[in-house]
Design a binder for this molecule. Structure first.
Ligand code: 5GP
Length: 374
């Protein structure tokens, strides 16, 4: 048994130190990046943010909207073969900004083969091979097997949080390693298992390992605000995947429901003589949508007929406020990251990690009115 004595950091444990800059406005900042993937040999240009392949956020509607901003979507894996084939073959789908997602069991490979036979040659640019625990030998074998069969498809593979396994997955054919165990907004892995790694340190460690081999990483989970997205890029992440920050929009999968709640406010009824007749808590209502982890009871009930006896749920189900169209949110996120770039003097997103100095903090922001924050 061992303990690593060095501090490890989450987004909330740091702030970025501002630096002298020649930039006058955030409009001068370029968030587009061009990558040439080492293993697939493909090139890609876009804003390196991805919508998570959860069945709430990894939807076709989300993809159509985000692609307009050159932002990617990893589709969730519960669409049928026919739905997927129709979507990928549609002239309205910009296939540079979408990934097909799959697991590693036999039925995932069977579904892939069936799907692949129905799409035109060269249509699929990205495949996200995704498991909760990317450390198993079987996972590495699955990545290698897929790469051998489809050497020109860019593989996004994960999840892991340490350098050796990042290197191994790149050497076995993946191009973008998904980094994050337990940081997600609806993830309970750290509670159920005690396993994980603070997300910013995981990014720094894995990015260093990946870049050394010409590979890339995608920070997955834990971003709660645009500042966290900027910190992920500043920590060396090439892509950032978002679930919770993109949840609760029109483009998400799920019903818009009405939720009732009370605050300190009361409704008082008076008698004619001015005395109090009755007083009761005022009932407010708000529009909400369900958002849940892909290993939550909700997801397992929906797709696997319940939680298998040998495992436990590692995700939670929450209600998030309905926020309308995702375009407003994505523009807000991009605006925040552009602003970070001006503060640290980075005229392009590529420069942000070179310009970044993190300051270890004990308090990130003034929370006096934090319940009023969006
Ligand atoms: P968020 O952006 O909401 O903080 O995190 C999104 C990420 O959480 C997803 O991309 C995925 O990696 C992870 N995630 C989604 N569902 C679950 C779950 O049920 N359990 C765990 N452990 N992680 C999840």
């Amino acid at each position: 048994m061992q303990i690593i004595p060095d501090d490890k950091f989450d987004f909330k444990s740091v702030l970025l130190r501002p630096k002298r800059s020649t930039l006058n406005s955030r409009s001068e900042v370029d968030l587009m990046r061009t990558f040439k993937f080492k293993n697939s040999g493909n090139s890609w240009t876009g804003i390196p943010i991805m919508s998570a392949n959860m069945d709430t956020t990894g939807t076709m509607e989300m993809q159509r909207e985000l692609a307009k901003h050159k932002v990617m979507t990893c589709l969730h894996k519960h669409y049928t073969v026919d739905e997927l084939a129709e979507f990928f073959n549609s002239p309205d789908t910009d296939t540079q900004y979408v990934a097909y997602s799959m697991g590693i069991v036999e039925k995932d490979f069977k579904k892939w083969d069936e799907f692949y036979a129905k799409v035109s040659q060269g249509t699929i640019k990205f495949v996200c091979i995704d498991v909760a625990n990317g450390y198993t030998e079987r996972f590495g074998d699955a990545v290698a097997k897929f790469h051998q069969k489809h050497p020109n498809i860019t593989i996004i593979a994960g999840n892991v949080v340490t350098c050796e396994i990042t290197e191994e997955l790149i050497l076995r054919g993946a191009d973008i390693i998904k980094v994050g165990i337990g940081p997600g907004s609806v993830c309970t892995t750290r509670i159920q298992t005690g396993v994980g790694m603070p997300q910013l340190s995981a990014i720094m460690e894995c990015a260093d390992a990946a870049h050394g081999l010409g590979g890339l990483i995608c920070s997955d989970g834990g971003c709660t605000c645009p500042g966290d997205v900027a910190k992920a890029f500043a920590g060396g992440s090439d892509f950032v995947m978002l679930g919770g920050m993109l949840a609760g929009h029109e483009e998400c999968n799920g019903k818009i429901e009405t939720s009732y709640y009370t605050t300190d406010e009361v409704e008082v009824e008076f008698n004619k003589d001015g005395t109090v007749k009755s007083s009761k808590p005022k009932i407010h209502e708000k529009k909400v949508m369900k958002f849940y982890g892909m290993s939550s009871d909700t997801a397992m009930d929906k797709y696997s007929g319940g939680v298998a006896q040998y495992r436990s749920s590692e995700g939670r189900t929450v209600e998030v406020p309905f926020r309308g169209r995702v375009e407003t949110t994505i523009l807000d996120i991009l605006g925040g990251v552009r602003s970070t770039c001006t503060y640290v003097g980075a005229s392009t997103l590529k420069q942000i990690s070179k310009r970044a100095t993190f300051i270890k903090v004990v308090q990130q922001f003034n929370s006096t009115f934090s319940s009023k924050l969006k």
